[in-house]
Design a protein around this ligand. Structure first.
Ligand code: B12
Ligand code: SF4
Length: 495
């Protein structure tokens, strides 16, 4: 057997100020490190010249892996893979992550990639690297891999789910944590995964295409040990648990909270879940979670229209959502609500319902935050074929998927003035209801008075759906630009 050569893993830019170590790549590194490979991670979030950094890291390497989700990450994923191919034509390149997992054959039609991993990558990538390290390009028999044999694309059998409890510990130390903390102005946080999947079936969500309609957790003990070790090692302020639905098992969440409390940990943690999952917790349990460090819950609530919620199979009851918003406030847990505008069939009465819902939540929880999106039909989601039927153009190549992004994508049923109007509504929700921002200090004194005046105006407009001639939005934009000219940036504080 040849010496184990280094493996380079690249995380393309996602065009955001927030930076946290690339969790997917740290997961992938676990078995490779355990088998004796050096894993060199290059992350655009902390790299000024990612292409140069990848080319340098390739020295002596046996493989390059590129991670991509549908959307703009593809742009740099492709350009860096092209630069690597030009510099090291002999080097095999593998793509993985959500986009390649959902569209493995189309991704592999790009001449830049030699293989694609479908789904969880830990064991599949380790087996691929084992072959490539020996100079063997044929990947026959590596479950979960797609590869090229001459002009053909070979699809191996699926790997099925790998229990995360059976995988080696995740080697966070292979990235330089301090580079991330300094990008976040000293805010110290990590992303962490304690379960995979979600048993629900919302039609706009692509989860099931990768993890099935299952929910698979890491044992509570291991979760507590890992999180507290990481928090101590990196002096973390917050661990952002990225699980799609952390509260599927109430007893496990309670057990984790009790164990964190008995260890005396001081870090905060964020979770994502559904309002009905919180509704099952008693007040005491919710307070217990708060005392154990639970600072913020992200809820996908999407729309205030019962009809729209039904068409996307959300199975969500608004009264439960209101009750949960209020109970979070009482328990001291910050609540963030995600909204999706532009779902197929949404009309003015649905918009009014959504605004009324935002208003009700805002009243019952004055600290609630709202994040708004325009619907983006992701491949792999059950709604995708309907979106195509309604006129969404399905990209025909990996590169074309780069523009598939809520910020830039136009929907055939939401064009021109209708699109601009939704953008205004989003602006006014941001001004009118997001009491606490995730990344910026809440203003004080005179600035807070101005903020309140803008807030009242935005709420007034939204209640009447009167968002034309948006002078407040223009004024805020102009103010931001002036601040930008003088180089003043708000400090990044994720509270
Ligand atoms: C955290 C996160 C992000 C972070 C990641 C930051 C970081 N530093 O890691 C950032 C900010 C980049 C992000 C951005 C976006 N995200 Co996001 N994100 C997630 C989230 C919540 C967790 C990802 C994660 O780390 N999971 C844990 C790891 C271990 O699992 P994993 O990512 O699946 O990785 C495994 C496999 O996919 C595979 N794999 C991954 N990469 C690679 C690479 C190689 C070479 C190989 C072999 C294998 C492989 O192996 C890994 C280990 O098993 C997921 C939802 C989820 N629960 O996974 C959504 C998710 C990936 N995001 C999604 C979306 C839509 C977005 C945005 C478009 C959202 C938006 N509205 O702006 C943007 C895209 C940004 C851009 N500009 O292109 C979708 C992707 C859907 C799709 N079809 O691609 C998801 C699935 C959410 C959802 N359910 O819709 N996201
Ligand atoms: S949107 Fe949320 S609740 Fe619905 S299936 Fe996806 S992860 Fe589950």
């Amino acid at each position: 057997m040849s010496a184990r050569k280094p493996v380079v893993l690249f995380f393309p830019s996602y065009y955001s100020d927030e930076a946290a170590p690339p969790l997917a790549l740290i997961h992938l590194a676990a078995p490779l490190v355990a088998r004796g490979h050096e894993v060199r991670i290059v992350d655009s979030a902390v790299e000024d010249d990612p292409e140069k950094a990848v080319l340098q890291a390739l020295d002596g390497a046996c493989a390059l892996g590129v991670s991509m989700v549908t959307g703009p990450m593809i742009t740099q994923g492709v350009s860096v893979a092209a630069a690597a191919r030009a510099a090291r034509p002999d080097l095999p390149v593998v793509a993985g992550g959500w986009h390649p997992s959902i569209l493995p054959e189309q991704t592999l039609r790009s001449p830049l990639f030699d293989a694609v991993v479908k789904g969880q990558g830990e064991i599949t990538l380790a087996e691929i690297v084992e072959r490539w390290n020996e100079g063997e390009r044929d990947l026959t028999g590596v479950a979960g891999a797609f590869f090229k044999r001459g002009a053909d694309i070979v699809a191996n059998t699926p790997r099925g789910y790998t229990d995360i409890n059976a995988l080696p510990r995740r080697p966070f130390e292979i990235v330089d944590f301090e580079r991330y903390a300094s990008r976040c102005h000293g805010f110290r946080w990590l992303l962490y995964c304690s379960s995979h999947g979600c048993p629900w079936d919302c039609s706009y969500c692509s989860n099931a295409s990768v993890y099935g309609r299952n929910w698979k957790p890491l044992h509570a003990d291991r979760t507590v040990d890992e999180m507290s070790d990481l928090a101590a090692r990196y002096r973390l302020d917050v661990i952002d648990i990225i699980d799609d639905n952390y509260l599927v098992r109430r007893d496990r969440a309670v057990e984790i909270a009790e164990k964190l409390l008995s260890k005396g940990t001081t870090f905060g943690y964020f979770i994502q879940t559904r309002t009905d999952q919180v509704d099952r917790l008693s007040d005491d349990e919710l307070k217990l979670l708060r005392r154990s460090g639970l600072k913020r819950i992200f809820f996908g609530i999407e729309s205030g229209s019962k009809r729209v919620l039904q068409t996307v199979n959300k199975r969500l009851d608004l009264e439960t959502a209101y009750r949960t918003a209020e109970r979070c406030h009482r328990a001291g847990v910050e609540a963030s609500f995600n909204l999706i505008f532009g779902l197929p069939g949404e009309d003015d009465s649905d918009l009014r319902d959504t605004i009324a819902m935002v208003d009700t939540i805002g009243q019952r929880n004055p600290d609630a935050a709202f994040f708004t999106n325009i619907f983006s039909p992701y491949p792999g989601s059950p709604i995708f074929p309907e979106a195509v039927r309604l006129g969404v153009q399905e990209p025909a190549s990996l590169e074309e998927w780069a523009i598939f992004y809520p910020k830039i994508q136009k929907l055939p049923w939401l064009e021109g003035k209708a699109h601009a109007r939704i953008q205004r509504i989003r602006d006014y929700i941001r001004i009118g209801y997001s009491a606490r921002k995730m990344v910026v200090h809440r203003p004080e004194g005179f600035k807070d008075l101005v903020r309140r005046a803008f807030q009242a105006m935005a709420r007034f407009r939204l209640r009447r759906l009167a968002v034309g001639f948006p002078v407040e939005v223009w004024a805020l934009r102009a103010w931001k630009e002036v601040k930008g000219l003088f180089g003043t940036r708000e400090p990044v504080v994720i509270n």
